[in-house]
Design a protein around this ligand. Structure first.
Ligand code: F3S
Length: 418
């Protein structure tokens, strides 16, 4: 294969020759290779970077050693991390094995050494890292990429961990894919005349669309109900990206590029160059059943926060648990970012959850924490993305249900057993 060389400025060439040290040189090599594979014409500046591949469970010893080899690198744009394999402060309480914790803490230190903020979350947009419409980014967490492109109107490809680190050290990314307006137009129409009530159902809808769409750009029509919330769009983004590899969707009347996308859709429909996917409410229940691999009686962990819970979601769980006690043998964990946990503490949401026997953990999630090593058999979740990832390994098995149903599994029939 003959790759076209990408144009580089003199400064970029000097970085490639090693003038800014080993890590910057390696980073530039990654960006140049990526740009040439995807026929990018040049590098463009990015406003922020979000890096996946942070959990010791995911990258292991080899990944850790590679990160440590980049110790002379320095991030030149704001950069944050995806969830790690444990709460960085409360890992002992979670029951994380010592050896795992040691590896995980070294990973976070290696990132910090490169000036990357130890904010481990897949929802940086809930923590003030809110990109502007049209801003170029290099984000790698798939749910955040889909949310940033679709709901915020920012422009990012779905980066891998190494290319996101490279962008953090160089401040640029190759110009291709979703950085180009012509690649942001719809390529699949979704007719979903549904009245959806909560994030759980949006998550199932995203799972069904993602499965069919693969990496196409869906234009979603027909979804009705109350005003659609950011948490529902967060759930939709996550599952679209989990069952397929959707990095951008449009939703009529909701997302910022939808009216422009609709014009392009009309043109393609008039030329009969369009496929339509129709989704009915019975499809949602079928998807839920397909993703549930455990029965409710087997559940020994209830885990919320995929993607990381918002303040409103922590508040809802707190209201449902207030004055209740968890059943013996069952644990309930809510995963969020450190910033949201602090805010939730101040709002009085953490106390009722923890008084009931649950925990609100930061920096990690049910997918990247070593649940299997910790002996869990079946986990109840309210997120199709979590179900997809957990059921891929089948350990622990998964029970997928709405938030209130998951909570009913956690509390004793009398609501007071210790
Ligand atoms: Fe976030 Fe973990 Fe789900 S990274 S989107 S909570 S799998």
């Amino acid at each position: 294969m003959n790759l076209m060389p990408m144009w580089l400025s003199r400064e970029e060439e000097r970085i490639l020759e090693g003038e800014r040290g080993f890590a910057a040189q390696k980073a530039m090599e990654i960006l140049v290779a990526l740009g040439e594979i995807f026929s990018a014409d040049r590098l463009i500046p990015v406003g922020s970077v979000q890096i996946s591949g942070v959990s010791y469970k995911t990258i292991g010893k080899e990944g850790l050693e590679w990160l440590e080899s980049l110790s002379d690198g320095k991030a030149v744009v704001p950069a944050t991390l995806n969830p790690a394999g444990m709460d960085l402060e409360r890992w002992k309480e979670m029951g994380i094995p010592e050896g795992f914790a040691e590896g995980q803490l070294r990973i976070v230190r290696a990132f910090q050494g490169m000036g990357i903020q130890p904010l481990c979350t897949c929802t940086p947009y809930l923590l003030g890292n809110l990109p502007r419409p049209g801003e170029h980014l290099a984000w790698s967490e798939s749910s955040a990429v889909c949310f940033a492109n679709s709901v915020l109107g920012a422009m990012t490809n779905r980066e891998g961990g190494p290319s996101a680190i490279a962008s953090a050290l160089i401040g640029r990314t190759p110009r291709y894919g979703y950085h180009l307006p012509e690649n942001r137009m719809p390529t699949l129409r979704v007719d979903a005349p549904l009245r959806l009530k909560e994030s759980f159902e949006f998550s199932l809808l995203g799972y069904i669309i993602g499965r069919e769409a693969k990496n196409r750009v869906p234009f979603i029509e027909g979804v009705r109900g109350h005003p659609i919330s950011k948490d529902e769009l967060k759930a939709l983004s996550a599952s679209l990206a989990a069952s397929g590899s959707v990095a951008l969707f449009h939703m009529e009347g909701i997302t910022p590029e939808a009216s422009k996308a609709k014009k392009s859709l009309k043109l393609l429909i008039s030329r009969k160059e369009f496929e339509t996917l129709r989704i009915e409410s019975k499809d949602l229940e079928m998807a839920r059943e397909k993703l549930s691999t455990a029965s409710e009686d087997e559940v020994d962990l209830i885990a919320f926060g995929c993607p990381h819970a918002s303040l409103e979601e922590v508040g809802r769980i707190a209201r449902l648990l207030k004055g209740r006690r968890l059943r013996r043998g069952v644990r309930l964990w809510v995963f969020t970012s450190l910033g949201i946990r602090r805010a939730a503490e101040r709002c009085g949401y953490v106390a009722p959850i923890e008084a009931a026997g649950g925990r609100v953990y930061a920096d990690t999630c049910m997918v990247v924490a070593p649940l299997e090593e910790m002996g869990f058999q079946a986990v109840a979740v309210n997120s199709a993305k979590a179900a997809v990832y957990l059921s891929a390994s089948n350990k622990p098995r998964v029970f997928l249900a709405p938030t209130a149903k998951c909570i009913s599994l956690a509390i004793s029939k009398m609501g007071s057993e210790g």
